[in-house]
Ligand binder design. Structure first.
Ligand SMILES: [Zn+2]
Ligand SMILES: [Zn+2]
Length: 434
């Protein structure tokens, strides 16, 4: 009798336990349910082999900015297989897929597709097969994770309370692909946008985001100072561009220290100087150039204006002429990445739901650039960092390093987070006026 009652109590407890962990009635969008994160992460992990194979295919055949034809074809092939509607091309090779009701609210997710002109030095089975080109910034992973999100969202399509636009963008690396995507209408009526970038300083399984300025507005410049060539022994008959360029480069260094609020981050780096060929001749021309960065887009415009004035002014002082080119054609300037405060809170909340509070951090500001800022000039958005660091695998190198290596465990995590960011956003904005 005593035994049998013990059995009953144990049985009852097991039953309670089973009820509490079995995914039963609550819809997957009942985000208060512990099942929500569990189910979503599990469906993402079930796609890991597929995600890894997509990422490796892209990794083996990297394509440079605006040449992502095979990558674009691969994306379209996968979308076809998943029976997902899409439009292309945007910005030459870009693709925009759409999942959901087709009605507002509309939220956008973005991945970039391009690789770098870099020789991969990691020896592994899926090393880049194209000499001098490498996915050294993780855009292969970004693309795979976004395809993962498309697949997960498609499975949950009838639950979506609006529409998700998924932007596969070309030419992030110095091509300002984002601005061309926008010109071609890729945003549609999206009202918010999210993107993630892999982060080698954070462990796999963690993410980080920051509100406000996160990445710098960036541009490049070239200056040419023309003087008059002459014999080094009779300088008074020449107009020396070496002296003019030297004064100009030093004067440029005063701009940030004397004209910019010390609490406002800017960078001005002159990275090369070229001029002359002989030790006894004053050259006709000296060229130099570099990069300008600012955590606000207006700060960059102001700096560009002053760089031009200082170089031209210094040239005149030394009886030379200056020509300053901001290289807009080749390397269009990009605005700062300024993350929306409310959407940053959303990222933190969704991240904690999926990964646990201890794995969601506040991000850092970095003076690198990302053309995601272009989207944020149109609609609010957040670019978050997703950790890929794994010492055992050697995933410890910075992006743009020839030794860059990815911990592929990030792929299902990124796919699940992208999915949750979009579907929870729609869930919470369905009743708002659009
Ligand atoms: Zn990069
Ligand atoms: Zn990148």
């Amino acid at each position: 009798m005593e035994d049998s009652s013990l059995f009953t109590v144990t049985h009852f407890l097991i039953l309670i336990l089973l009820i509490s962990i079995t995914p039963t009635s609550p819809s997957p969008l009942d985000t208060s349910s512990p099942n929500y994160a569990f189910q979503l992460m599990n469906s993402a992990k079930a796609e890991k082999d597929w995600l890894v194979s997509i990422r490796r295919q892209i990794h083996e055949y990297p394509e440079l900015r605006f040449e992502e034809h095979n990558t674009s074809a691969l994306i379209r092939r996968e979308l076809d297989m998943l029976n997902i509607s899409y439009t292309s091309p945007f910005a030459q090779t870009g693709v925009v897929a759409q999942v959901g009701s087709g009605s507002p609210p509309v939220v956008a997710l973005r991945a970039d597709m391009d690789a770098l002109p870099l020789q991969e030095l990691v020896e592994w089975e899926h090393k880049s097969k194209i000499d001098g080109r490498m996915h050294g910034c993780g855009h292969d992973a970004h693309t795979a994770m976004l395809l993962g999100a498309v697949k997960l969202l498609k499975k949950r399509e009838e639950l979506l309370k609006g529409t998700v636009r998924l932007l596969f963008q070309p030419a992030e690396e110095g091509g300002s692909g984002a601005s061309y995507m926008i010109k071609d209408g890729a945003l549609g009526n999206a009202e918010a946008i999210f993107a993630m970038h892999i982060d080698f300083e954070r462990s796999t399984g963690t993410i980080a985001s920051i509100a406000g300025p996160a990445l710098a507005a960036v541009c490049f410049f070239e200056a040419k100072i023309e003087g008059q060539a002459g014999h080094a022994a009779i300088p008074h008959e020449a107009k020396d561009p070496v002296i003019a360029a030297s004064f100009a480069i030093l004067a440029l260094q005063q701009l940030i220290s004397r004209e910019v609020d010390p609490l406002h981050s800017q960078v001005l780096s002159v990275t090369y100087i070229r001029g002359g060929t002989a030790m006894n001749a004053i050259p006709h021309v000296v060229e130099f150039g570099g990069t300008l960065r600012s955590l606000t887009t207006n700060g960059l415009y102001q700096l560009q204006k002053r760089v031009r004035e200082v170089i031209e002014g210094q040239a005149i002082v030394h009886r030379c002429n200056a020509f300053v080119d901001m290289k807009e054609e080749e390397h269009p300037s990009i605005p700062a990445v300024i993350n929306d405060e409310v959407l940053h809170e959303h990222v933190q909340r969704v991240g904690k739901l999926l990964l646990g509070s201890e794995n969601v951090k506040l991000g850092n500001k970095v003076m690198a650039g990302e053309d995601f800022g272009s989207y944020q000039e149109v609609i609010p958005g957040v670019m978050l960092s997703i950790g890929i660091r794994n010492e055992e695998l050697g995933a410890v190198h910075s992006p743009h390093s020839p030794y860059f290596f990815l911990d592929e465990d990030v792929l299902p995590i990124g796919a699940a987070i992208s999915t949750a960011l979009a579907e929870i956003y729609l869930e919470e904005h369905q009743n708002m006026v659009h």
